[in-house]
Ligand binder design. Structure first.
Ligand SMILES: NC(=O)C1=CN([C@@H]2O[C@H](COP(=O)(O)OP(=O)(O)OC[C@H]3O[C@@H](n4cnc5c(N)ncnc54)[C@H](O)[C@@H]3O)[C@@H](O)[C@H]2O)C=CC1
Ligand SMILES: O=C(O)[C@@H]1CCC=N1
Length: 281
């Protein structure tokens, strides 16, 4: 067994660097993390080549080789291929004992560790794609084997691309998935719908989309930077007897808050289902 490293900038292997793993990796490089301390693997050769060209990180299709080199291994593949990937890495990780960081929705630490051959330090993260722009947010859960140093690594990496919040109970990651992991897609859908509404009201498609996008971005910036709570920000747009009041009344009357709750519950339930489906496959 190798001694745990005390490096402040661990070598990180991304096993699968697609939409999400790739977003974190690119975010790290943008924030100045040394490319020589990063490696990515994947199945899509053209994608790996592009990533190497763009970021200067090492790439390989050999998961075992990348894992043996790394202090921290990000498991960034789809849940459906996670078992095969983990089983292939069992011997390597049981020899070198890196920190494992899974970003997969649903799959529990018990299941992952059973595939990886038993006790190892493992963190589950639920990040989101705005990490690409340094504007991500992630929920983190650590198994008891994770050291303070390793927690600090995970925080450092996560905070390089956004905000990081530890949760006490692993189950809470399903709620994090429902709110912020899947959340960007809800805001994108709202933006699509608002742009479509603008078109129906007589704007060109281009202008409607630009207005909807800029409004989402501006509202997002206010949510982050203002001292006001969302309800107060909303109040400040809503003139009594004015236009916003009518729109908000319609959204509430037609059930937007209940719909959002149902959507989040559906996402969280799907995370639980995924974990069950994949546990014994
Ligand atoms: N896309 C998102 O917004 C978020 C995704 N996640 C999680 O991230 C994980 C990946 O999702 P995406 O990035 O969206 O998927 P993706 O399909 O974009 O990326 C997966 C990557 O894994 C690679 N891959 C496939 N088989 C492999 C293997 N055997 N060895 C090494 N690499 C392999 C593919 O080439 C691809 O680059 C999932 O487990 C998902 O639950 C978590 C939070 C947000
Ligand atoms: O849709 C999914 O399953 C992944 C997890 C959160 C965002 N994308």
């Amino acid at each position: 067994m190798t001694e745990p490293t005390t490096k402040t900038q661990p070598n990180i292997a991304f096993i699968g660097a697609g939409n999400m793993g790739g977003a974190i990796l690119r975010g790290l490089v943008k924030q100045g993390y040394p490319a020589s301390s990063l490696m990515a693997t994947g199945r899509d050769l053209a994608g790996l080549e592009l990533l190497a060209k763009e970021t200067g990180v090492g790439t390989t299709t050999d998961n075992q080789q990348a894992t043996a080199w790394a202090d921290l291994v990000v498991l960034g593949v789809k849940p459906q291929v996670m078992q095969a990937v983990c089983l292939d890495l069992t011997q390597t990780v049981q020899t070198t004992k890196p920190l494992l960081l899974s970003i997969a929705a649903g799959i529990t630490s018990d299941t992952l560790l059973s595939w990886l051959g038993g006790k190892l330090p493992l963190v589950r993260s639920m990040p989101n794609t705005p990490s690409l722009l340094g504007a991500g947010v992630a929920g983190l859960y650590a198994t008891p084997e994770v050291s303070q140093q390793q927690r600090a690594w995970v925080e450092q990496i996560t905070q390089a691309v956004g905000q990081a919040y530890w949760v006490e109970k692993e189950q809470q990651l399903d709620a994090v998935t429902a709110v912020s992991g899947s959340g960007p897609a809800y805001y994108f859908l709202f933006t699509e719908a608002l742009a479509a509404a603008g078109e129906k009201l007589g704007l060109s498609p281009e202008l409607a989309l630009n207005l909807a996008k800029a409004t989402a971005a501006g509202a997002g910036k206010m949510l982050l930077e203002s001292q006001d709570e969302p309800a107060e920000l909303r109040r400040k747009v809503t003139s009594p007897g004015g236009t916003t009041e009518q729109a908000i009344h319609t959204l509430i009357e037609k059930g937007l808050p209940e719909l959002v709750e149902l959507a989040a519950q559906a996402a969280a339930s799907r995370a639980v289902e995924l974990a069950e489906e994949l546990k014994d496959c």
